[in-house]
Design a protein around this ligand. Structure first.
Ligand code: ARG
Length: 458
């Protein structure tokens, strides 16, 4: 097969080299954006007189048909045509001859592949944003039912202070919201158009880059052809944003894996989202959550892969860049598949409230509330800390709760303790007593819930 760039060569390419240099095995998924990009380019070429309107129409119609062939699996891919760009262009030339040979006017594969990637990543960002929104909505819908459920909050995985369960659900909404913001920010730089930067220097032809950018929905053309042909910052940003999503997913998964243990018993996953054991009949394993935790490695590694790939590359295009797609697509596929499952897992999990309540009074979740009670009575914070520490020690030796101590005994620790102390003792009371902005107390959490319901348009 003769190569588009074959003019200056007299010998055929070594077959092993063809296999080594091909990217069609992983860039075929760019077919749709490649056709979209080429159609925008052709329309611009027609507007500036580098194609006739008729030629442009012929190109656009045939590109659409070629895309149909590819999507139906009818195109046979071959390493000798290297990549998706060459496959589509050569199919076009096969169909319409010299008119097809005009499409690549004023562009190179360097700006073409970068344009394609940006169109692809822009769609990916929009899709991920929708998935993240659904995940947030699934947490918020749980928030509405679980406002009065009290959960033990942990630090160091040791019982710390009690919070409304809704506070817990909304904590995840906050994290995924920052993820959405990061993607939106990344999208701004994705949406700058490389097309027409050509190989590295631009072109002597009178193309209109503002117009092709506009036709493809970009905000503006990139201002420096040398910069843009080497620029993959947007991919690093994208992969980093995905790495953080993966990190959040992995922490959530880990926590729920713990919560599903007999030891915790906080949560029951629905049968549809768990799997069994081939030998132990009683088992119901959180494999999906474990795989979300495990697959996060791929997305996090992808961002490292891109950094290492790009480090030390000189301007402008270098063939190394072909490898960028492997990392970016892996990150995208991985995070997308996790996000496609996560909302249903959240919605269908059963919070075992009886079990949580049965053990809520263990672990002195109200100790900090008691210390703050003393502060309100005028005791310096450090002294209050010590007084309550001693009371906790006393309770531990008697195997009772702080709330079980009679008033006289509490008053031997501090005379400033009165009968009203029992209003803040006990995990439920201690949770209710939380009032600061952003805290886990019912009223504050209710306010935040309303903010989220409104923000997500629920
Ligand atoms: N398949 C190539 C890639 O993905 C397309 C660009 C090739 N450019 C070139 N100058 N050989 O990077």
């Amino acid at each position: 097969m003769s190569k588009a760039w074959g003019g200056r060569f007299t010998e055929p390419t070594n077959a092993q080299v063809e296999l080594f240099t091909e990217s069609i095995s992983f860039d075929a998924r760019l077919a749709e954006v490649d056709v979209r990009g080429s159609q925008g380019h052709a329309r611009m070429l027609a507007e500036v007189g580098l194609l006739t309107q008729q030629e442009c129409d012929q190109i656009c119609v045939n590109l659409t048909e070629i895309l149909g062939e590819i999507q139906r699996g009818e195109m046979k891919f071959t390493p000798s045509l290297e990549d998706i760009h060459m496959h589509i262009e050569s199919a076009l030339i096969k169909r319409i001859g010299d008119v097809g040979r005009k499409l690549h006017t004023g562009r190179s594969r360097n700006d073409q592949v970068s344009t394609d990637l940006k169109l692809y990543i822009r769609d990916a960002i929009d899709h991920l944003d929708g998935l993240l929104l659904q995940l947030q909505a699934s947490f918020v819908s749980r928030g509405e039912t679980d406002l009065d459920v009290i959960l033990p909050g942990y630090t160091h995985l040791q019982r710390a202070q009690p919070v409304s369960a809704t506070h817990y659900w909304l904590a995840w909404c906050e994290k995924y919201n920052r993820d959405r913001e990061r993607l939106a920010d990344c999208r701004k730089r994705v949406n700058i158009c490389p097309l027409g930067a050509a190989a590295l220097a631009g072109t002597t032809l009178p193309i209109n880059r503002q117009r092709s950018a506009e036709l493809l929905g970009f905000d503006a053309p990139a201002a420096n052809s040398l910069d843009v042909s080497s620029d993959r910052d947007f991919l690093v940003e994208f992969a980093n944003a995905l790495g953080l999503i993966a990190l959040h997913l992995s922490s959530w998964a880990e926590e729920w894996i713990l919560w599903c243990t007999t030891e915790f018993g906080f949560l029951k996953l629905s049968d549809a989202y768990t799997t069994g054991s081939s030998i132990m009949p009683q088992k119901k394993n959180p494999d999906v959550l474990e795989l979300i935790r495990g697959k996060s490695a791929r997305a996090i590694a992808a961002s490292q892969q891109l950094f290492v790939l790009l480090k030390g590359l000189p301007l402008a295009y270098n063939r190394d860049l072909q490898e960028d797609k492997l990392a970016a697509f892996t990150a995208y596929d991985t995070v997308r598949s996790c996000l496609e499952l996560a909302p249903a897992i959240v919605r269908n999990a059963h919070l075992n409230v009886d079990r949580i309540n049965a053990r809520l009074e263990e672990g002195f979740l109200d100790a900090t509330a008691l210390m703050e009670y003393l502060i309100r009575q005028g005791v310096p914070m450090r002294s209050g800390h010590e007084i309550v520490g001693k009371l906790v020690h006393l309770c531990e030796s008697k195997n009772i709760r702080l709330a079980d101590l009679p008033l006289e005994e509490l008053r031997t620790a501090s005379e400033l303790i009165n009968d009203d102390v029992y209003q803040i003792l006990g995990a439920k009371n201690a949770a209710h007593a939380l009032i600061s902005y952003g805290s886990g107390g019912r009223e504050r959490v209710k306010e935040q819930l309303a903010v989220w319901v409104e923000r997500l348009g629920m």
